[in-house]
Design a protein around this ligand. Structure first.
Ligand code: UTP
Length: 314
């Protein structure tokens, strides 16, 4: 069986949950400690040998391309200062992988973004890593998925157990489970099921290994939930038409960095565990929590009058 070398990272979404920070900056460029979220994702792909990375970008995504490109002026300045450590960190993102770009034009959904990768991927299995989904580097999910693909072929998706009352926020899978094994056989998928109708508590998270047959299915997949072409709907069709779809139930650390709360958790957890920053930061955090009194939280509309939109103050 072919080794998977190509990773597709869709980064063309609008990032509305993180506005106004994402008005001019892609959400994937938000720093998680001192690296943009997207770099963790690229490093994850490279760590399992997927060095051919295609980013599906859109408007406002120049910063992403710049981050993975050389910055000669900065390199020269760091060289002159003899700051070898920072120079190495700057060069790392440039040399990490062979990064290619294609544009989605209109963000018509994740399924449509994946379809934009078809000419680059060709007729071979490939991985999809969502650019705002951060899997803690200490919990190697992608390697496990690749192993399942080696053993069973077909497509492999990442799943996570969620509280039943949160199922409607995700794509959800119906699956045949063998005891407590984290590998399940997926029989059906529903994108954001109505509350109380989810087929299980297994939610789809942002890692996929897909067979190229998904492109033909995507071409025929009409807009679904939210008027968008849903990748979940295409994988559902694969499962319903005799293709093998497995799921790996992930129980490690995962953060949706497009969600403000999860983003904050990612920054705190990763900073706390870093040897250079962690000890001081954790000490501060302990003191902060001891001192911290519940406050009456301010809502955005409690901004000083001079900062409110004119229409609201008129
Ligand atoms: P999300 O639904 O999390 O992204 O899509 P979004 O639309 O940017 O987020 P909000 O809800 O408005 O805050 C998951 C992934 O799919 C990409 C996003 O960039 C993200 O990595 N995506 C989504 C695309 O590339 N194109 C799309 O049309 C939609």
């Amino acid at each position: 069986m072919n080794e998977i070398t190509k990773a597709v990272i869709p980064v063309a979404g609008l990032g509305t949950r993180f506005l106004p920070a994402t008005k001019a900056t892609p959400k994937e460029m938000l720093p998680v400690v001192d690296k943009p979220a997207i770099q963790y994702v690229v490093e994850e792909a490279v760590s399992v040998g997927m060095r051919d990375v295609l980013m599906v970008t859109g408007r406002n995504k120049r910063a992403l391309e710049d981050h993975f490109d050389r910055n000669c002026e900065l390199e020269l300045a760091l060289e002159k200062k003899g700051d070898a450590e920072r120079l190495a960190s700057v060069n790392l993102s440039t040399e990490l992988a062979d990064i290619h770009y294609t544009r989605q034009g209109d963000p018509r959904g994740l399924g449509h973004a994946v379809l934009c990768a078809a000419p680059h991927v060709g007729d071979e299995p490939f991985a999809v890593l969502l650019g705002d989904d951060l899997i803690d580097p200490r919990d190697p999910l992608l390697a496990q998925m690749r192993q399942v693909h080696r053993e069973h072929g077909g497509s492999v998706i990442a799943l996570m157990e969620v509280e039943p009352e949160r199922s409607h926020l995700y794509g959800c899978a119906a699956a045949e489970r063998d005891g407590t094994s984290p590998v399940v056989r997926v029989t059906d998928l529903v994108e954001k099921p109505a509350p109380g109708t989810a087929p299980s508590n297994l939610a789809v998270i942002g890692r996929y290994i897909l067979e190229p047959a998904v492109f033909d299915v995507l071409r025929r997949t009409p807009p679904g939930r939210g008027g968008e072409i849903q990748l979940t709907d295409a994988i559902r069709t694969l499962a319903a038409t005799g293709h093998t779809v497995h799921g790996v139930v992930f129980s490690g650390r995962r953060y949706d960095t497009g969600d403000r709360g999860d983003y904050l958790r990612a920054v705190v957890r990763i900073a706390a565990d870093r040897s250079d920053l962690g000890p001081d930061f954790v000490e501060w955090l302990r003191e902060f929590l001891l001192d911290h009194q519940p406050v009456e939280h301010r809502s955005v509309d409690e901004r000083p009058v001079e900062l409110r939109p004119a229409a609201l103050t008129a």
